[in-house]
Design a protein around this ligand. Sequence first.
Ligand code: SAM
Length: 244
Amino acid sequence: TGTLYLVPTPIGNLDDMTMRAVKTLQSVDLIAAEDTRNTQKLLNHFEITTKQISFHEHNTQQRIPELLAKLRDGLSIAQVSDAGMPSISDPGKELVQAAIAADLPVVPLPGANAATTALIASGLAPQPFMFYGFLPRKASEQTKVLTALAQQEQTVIFYESPYRLAKTLTAIQAVFGDRQATLARELTKLHEEFIRGSLSELITWAAASARGEFVVMVAGAQPQPPVVSDEPLKAQVAARIAQG
Ligand code: SAM
């Protein structure tokens, strides 16, 4: 049988393509790409001549049996998304699950990913962290998710488009309170920038100047004070002292 390779691609800077990723894309029989025109530019840059097939959120179900049949026939396939790691807020998960269920080998390559790249320079606790990705757009669902996340003591990582950034930060602040947060803008690109501050400061910044791609990271909840009060103990101690 063939192998399904999961191949990360750059999130901006083409130099972040790994040598192994180039070699893998060159040596496989087929590349399953989220957007073949987009990936073709990458292939041209690295002089890779492998054939592509489209594999995106709208044809996942019809493509999976086709790709599994090719793997069973011994063809090796590399799955790529438009940027970064496949399956991370991108197509891939269902194909990976189907390949595992069919007992076909799945090999992931390490490489570019916006969330972890942003996290290590955020200044927030790098672990534990929780990667959420894109929040639901519907206000009621968004509030439900945020309410559940608000109790977590880990750093939370979101993806968001520039158009909704200020609105989403406002929604997070409404549920989380005015916590420390970091925006990572245009990672690996010319205008890479980190904006660190309270959520209210970031909202002001975003309302004025949100352009480009963003990762939003928010500090976890402070550990809650113990529920049991130490007042009785203090009173006892005070009484002893008074007795001398
Ligand atoms: N698969 C990708 C990964 O591994 O990071 C994520 C793809 S997701 C469809 C796109 C989102 O990732 C953007 O809306 C943004 O939140 C984040 N992102 C991608 N590239 C970025 C970059 N260069 N700088 C900041 N955020 C980025």
